[in-house]
Ligand binder design. Structure first.
Ligand SMILES: [Zn+2]
Length: 476
């Protein structure tokens, strides 16, 4: 299958962590005649908010919410943990809450010389808004804010059964614990979410090779779990390199690492992934159509080959990646007395980390090393494709016509998991149309979002609010 295009589709999920901020003057750049949302996004981008320094951009966003008639509840106001809710009705009303989740923080700009326009200038040119965060996730937040704000008057005139809330959080590009994690842990009752719509999937062209212009929407309903491990040597045997002992720390570590990296895993055909492949196959032609639609039955034959493709491998397997290795320093002819390696493990939904760890430990038991769990993201169940999923699908169809919309598994993690872990369904989608070049710009140089996408996203969220405000689902 055409993994190149499929891979771009998922590049949206790459996660990096933050660096320090540098400032930039907001007012100095005159902006030509553009829509209010484009101008607003441009200003928002001009306040750098690299993880750890979210507060100024958070205050800017919260003020805009107040000015637009939303009720702002600040959950925490620290420089590195600025989190707030902005709602149609005050949270004290206790209404079941439809939460639109966005993160304020962005990743660092990278090599500034490679940018066409300065990363924190918010330039509007060539039909796009350019800058760090334009796509991930400031552009998305602007879609959500403008959609909710457009219902302020109507919500005052007739009492909606649901509240609608923009939840803006910090720290997503790190581990989310100072942002969505904190809100989910301490303010869930007050927020009272019945569903969360956050980032995750997108609408993208060039997914289906038989119809490259077709926009296919993937809605994230589940994520793999991250389990970060560190291997350390427990022996302290060292001495002159010219007379090696049979066992010494760096060797033990290298041998045990080799065992771990060569462990075979059996692909797990989750219904979610099979459904994703089948959905893509529906629009394909010829042999690709047949292969994708019948992946479950063909997998023993083609599985081996397909699993070599990185993305498919990551969707069908628990994966383990060696992310770092090192040892205590010494002279070239001196055996190090300690060594370490770090591993990024990603587990499929439902996989047990204890069981995975147990198997790893058995396989390396003959080596003098120790495996330590550094961090593990919470268990988060797959969100079902129930009424809130269908309302989103319907909103997409209203704006884009009858394009394919499919639930999907995400190999990386984002803030949605904190709510799934609390039993709240969460759906990840920036509801607009992009091409692979836009997706490649995420966490990269020349991050940008088409002006048209901004309007599409607002329109989809407005359609979603209309649908949901007209009905109250049975589970409330
Ligand atoms: Zn993001």
């Amino acid at each position: 299958m055409d993994i190149a295009s499929f891979r771009y589709y998922f590049l949206v999920f790459l996660v990096l962590s933050g660096y320090p901020l540098f400032g930039q003057d907001l007012e100095e750049r005159p902006i030509p005649d553009h829509s209010a949302e484009a101008v607003f996004l441009s200003h928002y981008i001009q306040i750098p908010s690299i993880t750890g320094k979210e507060k100024p951009a958070g205050e800017f966003l919260a003020n805009a919410c107040r000015e637009n008639g939303l009720h702002v509840r600040l959950f925490s106001g620290e420089t590195n943990s600025y989190n707030f809710a902005a709602s149609l009705y005050p949270l004290e009303t206790g209404k079941p809450n439809i939460v639109f989740l966005t993160h304020i923080d962005v990743v660092p700009e990278g090599d500034i010389d490679l940018w066409t326009y300065p990363p924190f200038a918010g330039v509007i040119a060539d039909g796009h808004i350019w800058g760090r965060g334009a796509f991930d996730n400031k552009g998305h937040g602007v879609m959500q804010l403008f959609a909710i704000a457009s219902f302020v008057e109507e919500a005052a005139m007739r009492e909606f059964q649901y509240n609608f809330t923009l939840l803006a959080v910090s720290n997503e590009e790190d581990d989310g614990l100072l942002g969505a994690g904190l809100v989910a842990e301490h303010f869930l009752l007050e927020l009272n979410p019945v569903v969360v719509y956050g980032e995750g999937g997108i609408g993208c062209t060039e997914i289906v090779s038989a119809a490259p212009e077709l926009i296919m929407f993937g809605v994230e309903v589940a994520q793999k779990r991250a389990l970060w491990l560190k291997m350390e040597t427990s022996g302290t045997n060292f001495g002159h390199g010219s007379v090696p002992s049979h066992e010494y720390p760096a060797k033990e570590l290298a041998l045990a690492t080799n065992v771990i990296l060569n462990m075979k895993s059996k692909p797990v055909m989750t219904p979610l992934v099979l459904n994703m492949l089948k959905e893509m196959g529906y629009y394909e032609k010829g042999i690709r159509k047949f292969a994708l639609k019948n992946y479950r039955f063909l997998s023993p034959v083609i599985g081996k080959k397909v699993c070599q493709e990185e993305l498919v491998n990551s969707l069908l397997n628990n994966t383990i990646t060696l992310t770092g290795v090192g040892s205590s320093s010494g002279a070239f002819n001196q055996m190090s007395n300690s060594a370490w390696a770090t591993f990024d493990v990603r587990l499929l939904p439902g996989a047990s980390s204890e069981e995975f760890l147990r198997i790893l430990q058995i396989s390396i038991k003959e080596y003098d090393v120790e495996l330590i769990v550094i961090k593990e993201t919470p268990h988060s169940p797959v969100s079902d494709t129930g009424p809130y999923y269908h309302a989103l699908q319907q909103a997409i169809h209203e704006i884009f016509g009858h394009v394919p919309v499919t639930p999907m598994l995400m190999p990386a993690t984002n803030d949605n998991l904190f709510f799934r872990a609390k039993g709240i369904p969460a759906y990840g989608l920036v509801p607009a149309a992009f091409d692979p070049e836009h997706v490649k710009s995420i966490h990269n140089v020349n991050e940008r979002i088409p002006l048209a996408a901004l309007d599409q996203g607002i329109a989809v969220y407005q359609a979603l609010i209309r649908t949901l405000s007209a009905s109250l689902f049975a589970d409330d």
